[in-house]
Design a protein around this ligand. Sequence first.
Ligand code: EPZ
Length: 402
Amino acid sequence: MKISGAKNAALPILASSLLGGECVITNVPRVVDVTTMCKLLNMMGAWVSVEDSRVVIHAEHIHSTEAPYDLVRKMRASVLVLGPLLARWGEATVSLPGGCAIGTRPVDLHLAGLTKLGAEVSVEHGYIRAKAARLTGARIYLDMPTVTGTENLMMAACLAEGTTLIENAAKEPEVIDLAASLIKRGARIVGAGSDVITIEGVHELRGMDHEVIPDRIEAGTFLIAGSITGGDVCVDRCLPRHLEAVTMKLREMGSKVNEEKESVRLKSVGRPNGLDVKTFTYPGFPTDMQAQMMALMCVSDGTSVISETIFESRFMHVPELCRMGADIKVDGHHAVVNGKATLTGAPVMASDLRASAGLILAGLAAEGETEVSRVYHLDRGYEHIEDKLRDLGATIRRVKAA
Ligand code: EPZ
C-alpha cells in the first residue's frame, strides 16, 4: 500500500510559506492537521489553494499576524507560524498551544531562541506576543533537541541579519525536509540533520516547488499491522532509511523484513518475541511509534519493557489495551508488558493520535470486535487509514458515534 506524505514535514513547510514567494507543495497528506494549518494561513490573509495532495500558497500580503486560541488549541503545531511571522513581518501574536493528552508540551525553548535572535517576547493572557524590527543571528543552544523548536528557529533565522547556529538541534527527517524546501527558495542552511545547523540570513526568500517526504510513522504503523496479524505487508513509496529503528526492532522480534529503494516488506514468521524498546530522538526509536509497538508487545511471546523518554504521559493507551486483556504494568516512564497469545475485542477510547493507532492495531489482532471511539484523534494524522487497512485484508469500518 502507498504511504502518504509526512504530516510532520508538511506542517512546518506550509507555515514557512509566510516567509514569502509562491509555494507549491505536493504529496501533502489530506489529514485534519493540514486542513487546520491551511485554514490558519488563510485566516491571516494568505492565498491558499488545495487540490488533493497539492497545496499552493501565496503569502505576499497578509492582514493578520495572529494565531487565535480556538485554532491553536486544536493543533499545537500552529506555533510553527511564530518564527516565519517574526522574521518576515516583525511581529506575531500566537496563542500558547497548551498541553495535550501526552504532556504539558511547553514552548519555552522556542521563545528563548527567538529572544536570542533579538525578538521581544512576552506571554500574557495565554498569548505569546513577539516583536522584532529585524532579527539578528545568534548562537542558540537547545536544552532539548525539540523538533518544532528547531524548525521555528531555523525559519526565523533565514531572514535574520547575520549567522545563526542552532546547537543540539533536532535531527528528524522532517527537519531535513523543511531545510531542503527553504534552500530551494534561497535560504542558506548547512547541517540540517546534524546536531548543529548554521543559517546565514538573507534578505528575502523566493517561492518553491517541493514534494513532501513520505510519512515514516504511517509506514511503521502499517508494518506493525502486518506483524500483529501474522501477515505479509509491503509499504510502498516510503524511505527505508527513515524507518531503521523500527525495522531493526521488528527483525529482532522475529519478522522477515526486506527493503527495496522505496519500499519495505514485512513477512511474519510465527509469533513475535518480546523485547525491550526505549523511545529516543531521531535516529532512535520514535516516540510516535511507542503506542503501536506496545500493541505488538501485548501479543508477543515473553515479557517486554517499553520506556518513554520523550513525553511525560504518553501511556494513555495502556488502560484501554488492558480492557482488551493485555497484561501491562506502568511504573513511571516504563511499561512492563507480559505478552499473551490473544487479546479480546472490546469497546475502547482513543486519547490521542498515536494511541488511537495502537488501539486499532490491537483490534486487528484481537478475537471478536473492537470499537474504537473518538477516532477524530486518528483523522488528525492518518489519511484514509481504514481504507488502507481494508486493502490489506482487515475487517474494519467507520461507524457513526451513537
Ligand atoms: C514533534 O512535536 C512532533 N509534532 C510530535 O508528533 C513528536 O511526537 C515530537 O516532535 C517528538 O518527536 C510535529 O512535528 C508537528 P518536541 P514537538 O518539541 O516538536 C520538550 C504526532 O503524533 N520541550 O520535540 O512538540 C517537550 O515537552 C506528534 O505527530 C520543552 O521542554 O515535540 C518534550 O518532552 C505528537 N520545551 C520534548 O521536548 C520546548 O520548548 C520533545 O518535544 C519544546 C519541547
